[in-house]
Write a protein that binds this ligand. Structure first.
Ligand code: FES
Ligand code: FES
Length: 176
């Protein structure tokens, strides 16, 4: 990356959830602030701001990354996905989001955006995860109010659904 002047605003252009976006950023601007305040993508949450809690997790070129440890200028030319980009349509949940809802895998939802983003990236690489592997994915995220059991259940069910396996009969197709 070329040397950047600390006081100067730099034009940063990248793809956010399939749409090309641009904003002016000083080199010290964090990706969290660029996304939330610069672009209105407030689904990316800010908790610890030092890489521990996972609430700010986004995907950069398909890989999970802590937005609080990423500078906005590092997003130049990248494909960025936030929780807003996971659902197939504006008023439809993704398979994983629907499973989280069915299994009551969230309460306040503060941690949820980052968890969904991490699980989405992981299932792309490993469509048949074991419970232990999912626990390892979730170990990078702190949840203070729901606990992890329901999240694991939801993730296992969503993975099965994405593999095309039949859902339990108790589920309505509209829930998927
Ligand atoms: S806010 Fe980024 S890891 Fe906690
Ligand atoms: S649902 Fe509240 S912190 Fe996880």
């Amino acid at each position: 990356m070329p040397r950047l002047s600390a006081a100067t605003q730099h034009r940063v252009t990248f793809t956010l959830n399939g749409r090309t976006v641009s904003l002016d950023a000083q080199p010290r601007l964090l990706a969290t602030d660029a996304l939330r305040h610069g672009l209105g993508a407030t689904g990316t949450h800010v908790g610890c701001e030092h890489g521990v809690c996972g609430a700010c997790t986004i995907q950069i070129d398909g890989q999970p990354a802590r937005a609080c440890l990423t500078l906005a200028v590092q997003l130049e030319g990248k494909e960025v996905t936030t929780v807003e980009g996971l659902a197939p349509e504006r008023d439809r949940l993704s398979v994983m989001q629907a499973a989280f809802r069915r299994h009551h895998a969230l309460q306040c939802g503060f941690c949820t955006a980052g968890i969904l983003v991490s699980l989405d990236a992981y299932l792309r690489e490993e469509p048949s995860p074991s419970e232990q592997e999912l626990r390892e994915v979730l170990s990078g995220h702190l949840c203070r109010c729901t606990g992890y059991t329901q999240m694991i259940r939801a993730a296992l069910e969503a993975a099965a659904c994405l593999r095309g396996e039949p859902l339990p009969q108790t589920l309505e197709p509209a829930d998927v």
